[in-house]
Design a binder for this molecule. Sequence first.
Ligand code: FAD
Ligand code: TPP
Ligand code: MG
Length: 586
Amino acid sequence: MGTNEHTQSSNAHLTTPTRLTGAEIVWATLVGEGVTDVFGYPGGAILPVYDALRKFPIHHILVRHEQGAAHMADGYARASGKVGVAIATSGPGATNLVTGIATAMLDSIPMVCITGNVSSKILGTDAFQEVDITGITLPITKHNFLVNCTEDIAAAIRYAFQIAVSGRPGPVLVDITKDAQQGTAVFDFAAAKPRAYRPHPMLRVEKPALEQAAELIKNAKRPVILAGHGVIQSGAMEPLRTLAERMQIPVALTLLGLGAFPASHELNMGMMGMHGEAWVNHAIQESDLLIACGMRFDDRVTGTIATYAQKAKKIHIEVDPAEINKNVKVDVALVGDLSEVLEQLLPRVAGRDGSSWLKAIEASKGACAVRDIKNLPDSGHLYAAHVMHDLWRITGGNAIVATDVGQHQMWEAQYYKHEHPRSLITSGGLGTMGFALPAAIGAKVACPESEVWVIVGDGGFQMTMCELATIVQENLKIHIAIINNGYLGMVRQWQEFFYDRNYAATPLLNPDFARLAEAYGIRSETVSERSQVVPAVQAARQHEGPMLINFKVEQEDTVYPMVAAGAALHDMIRRPSPIVETAEDE
Ligand SMILES: Cc1cc2nc3c(=O)[nH]c(=O)nc-3n(C[C@H](O)[C@H](O)[C@H](O)COP(=O)(O)OP(=O)(O)OC[C@H]3O[C@@H](n4cnc5c(N)ncnc54)[C@H](O)[C@@H]3O)c2cc1C
Ligand SMILES: Cc1ncc(C[n+]2csc(CCOP(=O)(O)OP(=O)(O)O)c2C)c(N)n1
Ligand SMILES: [Mg+2]
């Protein structure tokens, strides 16, 4: 924990207006907002803030690259539902945050980034390490502030927190000039409270729309619930389950929705979309009613829009009015917080017999399942699917898994069955390689009692592997599984399908990851046979510190099924024989 020599007096500032420096106001406001952990990296323009840190009861995690700080704050937010906080200096410190901010923006993650900037008198002069970070981040933040006087710091930070969590969540940046940090002002936490949040005027559920939705649900013969990330963000797991169970409607999940509905539930069909289950995509295409709950019809989910679920009426329950009719035209829009909307909808729907549709979906599985590789006898080949499947079994589906981006991300989504919300931490919208390791650090800081696994490709790992040092410095028990296929696998897969197997710039010459981990003081093991997977995973779980396992898997394995970009959702590339497809589960 960070030092907190003045804990009592700093907390007292929250109730008694007191004169403080701007730097102290930054921390006092964060304390007031309930922040306990921040992820950051110092530098000249933010030094006053760092100098004041010791006076406040906040744990600062020193990262090795500011991108890591942003992903950690993001992972912290995804795992806990609280706002994650990242801090950086001006210029290169601030620009290093950019990828992490965009990652959070695309997935609607509540995050506050605080950056220092040069003194207000020299702003705009190309001063040393000056960049216009509010300009740079304008399109990738929900809002941002440039604060150049001490008096405004508390209110800006308090607004940032309110904006980050209200309505559709998102990242907010507060850029504070050095002279504002050095000046003094009376800090009055209560007086800096933002005006009450004013919901968007369109955020109201009209009674006729509710009635219309209820009518469509009652009369549907082949309905499908599309459950997305918004279910988790709204905390609407229970009402969603009630709707599904009462009306006997099967549930399909987006990548970011995994965990919103228990994987083991009989109504859970699995993931939809580009690498979703074939039967899920077919069910969507055959459906006569889609009930979209907190999902935004991303193109990875719909395939080409022209042929998307053409037989289906569509109900969209969504907190952001801008999402309505953006990608898919809908028949009924219920704009509002999902939990609140479902609360109003549920009393209007009593029950229906969904058995024949459920049976039809079940019957379609035999013909189109992908659950194959994990059940093959040990042939001496180690497939990534083995690793995911064994990991899932050993952890009982109860770990928090942070994945990176690529083939391993899709295999994790297919073979690790998530029972609980906030148990899959993954970059969906931006698809940011390098996300997993730092995001897992954030998740572990947020949920120290949880078992946290990183599942990362050999490519993405090398983008942010410097954060291994952060793991060691913070003494975090995080397990790291590198899915080492010697390729930028997902790109190689596209080259295999669409570029005549011209593997341009995708083979990787990798370091020995196990020895690399050891250099950081992290225990490690290399695994290349299936029989070694379980013992290695058990060893990691039993070891008291972090452990890295270098899984050397089949180099040219491919993620199936796949909806090619621009293809119809039902038009999936399937795994060719001789590997037999079966719906069998162990
Ligand atoms: C390599 C790769 C492959 C991928 N393949 C797939 C795939 O096969 N299938 C797939 O599903 N995804 C896939 N993705 C992810 C995809 O790009 C999208 O990120 C994902 O589909 C978005 O899911 P979502 O709409 O549930 O979440 P988000 O993009 O986070 O959208 C959530 C929606 O919920 C709304 N919301 C938030 N809070 C509330 C609330 N309180 N009440 C109501 N609404 C709320 C938001 O406004 C937003 O519109 C892939 C990504 C990568 C990197
Ligand atoms: C920062 C970034 N650069 C490039 C890409 C494009 N990209 C998507 S997947 C991928 C390959 C990932 O390779 P690896 O990390 O080894 O995972 P694998 O697909 O092999 O499981 C690349 C390069 C990206 N998503 N993010
Ligand atoms: Mg790889």
